[in-house]
Design a protein around this ligand. Structure first.
Ligand SMILES: Cc1ncc(COP(=O)(O)O)c(C=O)c1O
Length: 303
């Protein structure tokens, strides 16, 4: 959605290949992009040769971020007029998101809080790197002793169970290889409400930091992320995205651990997105009222 919005600001046309699973589960995110005049394809799509092949084999294919990247790459290669923008694991996405870390740094300074633990969820890794990079820079210069916790989905365990090697960023092998912690570019993740975490690898800088022991890798199950988000909503009045719930669940675990040890660390987590566009997922997980049920009830009341 950010790419669509930015393109619209600058009068550029945007074509988005959105993971089919997310396209179907998060229709309002599609609408958000369409409002910014984007053309949005559910990937695998019929718009590219590589997408058509997978789609023909299985029209219910859930897709993956790696498949969407491959389709976008094929599209871009078809004309010199097109340019590629990868949202999730590229260096430029991580670099742009350092605005989050710089802002966090300034805000913490203004209230005189020094973080002990920093936590963010990880899809491709850009929001984690953006959030923590300014603080990691200080740690490497021995100016702080912060623990950095990168939290992935237990269903896509590239940080905790992946191999550190050169791999393609996309499913088809169109993009240059990068050295990263990966489950292999042919890995197709299971369907999840946390669609933004369904990526086979993690951005090279984060993979290196995990391999060097600067960042701790953790994984959280989706059901625990939803429970954590419900607690956060009930206590803070903010409904987080399912992806962000992985960071919140880890934050709750760390807070409980500290409480048992009678310690009071400053724990800062990144609230990477809101869940108000993901209410269908919440309804499904918690068995809540849906429009279909409402209409069913209405007609039975009339009878
Ligand atoms: C709400 C939310 N949080 C986190 C992520 C993962 O971000 P990254 O790929 O930067 O790790 C996503 C990805 O789409 C997301 O939608």
């Amino acid at each position: 959605a950010s790419v669509a919005l930015s393109c619209n600001f600058f009068g550029l046309k945007s074509i988005i290949f959105m993971t089919r699973d997310s396209y179907l589960k998060k229709p309002y995110r599609v609408n958000l992009m369409q409002l910014a005049k984007a053309i949005v394809y559910p990937s695998p799509s019929n718009a590219t040769k590589c997408g058509r092949k997978l789609y023909k084999e299985n029209p219910n294919h859930s897709g993956s971020l790696g498949i969407g990247m491959g389709e976008a790459m094929e599209f871009v290669r078809s004309s010199s007029k097109y340019r590629l923008a990868l949202g999730c694991m590229s260096y430029y996405a991580a670099l742009h998101q350092t605005i989050i870390g710089l802002e966090t740094q300034a805000q913490l300074k203004s209230v005189n809080i020094k973080p002990d633990i920093m936590i963010a969820c990880v899809g491709g890794g850009s929001n984690f790197v953006g959030f923590t990079a300014p603080f990691i820079g200080e740690k490497l210069k021995k100016k702080n002793k912060i623990r950095f916790l990168a939290v992935e989905s237990a269903n896509i365990p590239s940080l905790t169970k992946g191999t550190y090697k050169y791999d393609y960023q996309d499913y088809y092998g169109y993009t240059p290889m990068v050295k990263m912690l990966t489950l292999g570019h042919k890995f197709v993740p299971p369907q999840l409400h946390s669609g933004g975490l369904r990526y086979h690898g993690k951005t090279p800088i984060l993979s290196l930091l995990v391999t060097k022991g600067v960042v701790e890798p953790h994984s959280i199950k989706q059901e625990d992320a939803f429970i954590a988000n419900k607690i956060f909503y009930e206590t803070e009045g903010v409904l987080a995205a399912p992806e962000s719930g992985h960071a919140i669940a880890q934050t709750i675990l760390e807070a409980k651990k500290a409480k048992r040890a009678k310690k009071t660390p400053a724990i800062i987590f990144c609230l990477s997105g809101n869940g108000f566009l993901d209410l269908a997922g919440y309804a499904k997980v918690f068995g809540l009222h849906t429009t279909e049920l409402y209409h069913e009830k209405k007609s039975s009341n009339h009878e």
